[in-house]
Design a protein around this ligand. Structure first.
Ligand SMILES: [Fe+2]
Ligand SMILES: [Fe+2]
Length: 237
């Protein structure tokens, strides 16, 4: 079972469609998306990128809620429901935690904490909500496992309904706090050098994500390539 930390059971580097590219294409792609190249040529903005990812995540959450509601109405419930839940749990572990939250917790928040108190301050609140989300993800992954064994397990169905609602509520509020309070504050108080420091760490995390999953985070922040059932990278177990 995946956990939201997403650091176990990862797909082998080079797996997925990226592995079918020619060597030259891979070289070019790697060159264009390497941390150094992106930082130098595109004016990479780590905070803007995080905000863009929020939009993509909310769309994915909304799509899952819609899929779930349809499933509960009986349409293809047995055949699609367990896979949808498991795929969404993996998305939370991989994209929301291993990529996005990692950039916040390892790159941005430590630099913000030099200016604002971490404990009891906005960074502490955000960290607490990340932990809440990890708990929801673990519960959802467990429900996905149960439903895979028995799609009619009513307790797992009820748990999934509750947790999906809690995830949507938590994420929408969390992103508002980051987009309209914490991130604008960071843009004001962080120096140019500190922003460059944040960029470097974010780009390292993005490069590690791309290396592991063969999918560029650039596509993610553009709202493209968000994982859906059956897509590559979701086959982690
Ligand atoms: Fe966050
Ligand atoms: Fe965020």
């Amino acid at each position: 079972m995946s956990t939201i930390s997403g650091r176990t059971g990862a797909a082998a580097p080079g797996g997925g469609p990226g592995a079918s590219h020619t060597g030259r294409a891979n070289d070019v792609s790697r060159e264009l998306t390497s941390p150094e190249t992106r930082h130098m040529t595109s004016g990479y903005d780590p905070i803007r990128t995080l905000m863009d990812e929020h939009e993509g995540f909310l769309a994915r959450v909304e799509a899952m809620r819609h899929t779930w509601r349809s499933a509960l109405k009986g349409r293809n419930r047995v055949s699609t429901l367990p896979g949808q839940v498991a795929a969404f749990a993996r998305f939370l572990a991989r994209d929301l935690d291993e990529l996005h939250a990692a950039k916040e917790e390892r790159a941005l928040f430590p630099v913000i904490a030099r200016h604002l108190p971490s404990e009891g301050g906005p960074v502490g609140v955000m960290l607490g909500e990340h932990e809440l989300l990890r708990g929801f993800q673990a519960t959802l992954a467990k429900s996905g496992d149960t439903l895979t064994s028995d799609p009619s397990d009513e307790r797992a169905v009820a748990t999934t309904t509750r947790v999906l609602s809690e995830i949507e509520s938590l994420l929408s509020q969390h992103f508002v706090k980051e987009d309209f309070v914490l991130f604008p504050t960071a843009q004001e108080i962080l120096s140019k050098n500190e922003l460059a420091e944040v960029s470097r760490v974010c780009l390292e995390i993005e490069a590690a994500y791309e290396e592991r999953y063969g999918q560029s985070p650039l596509l993610l922040s553009a709202g493209v390539g968000l994982p859906s059932e059956g897509s590559r990278g979701l086959a982690r177990s």
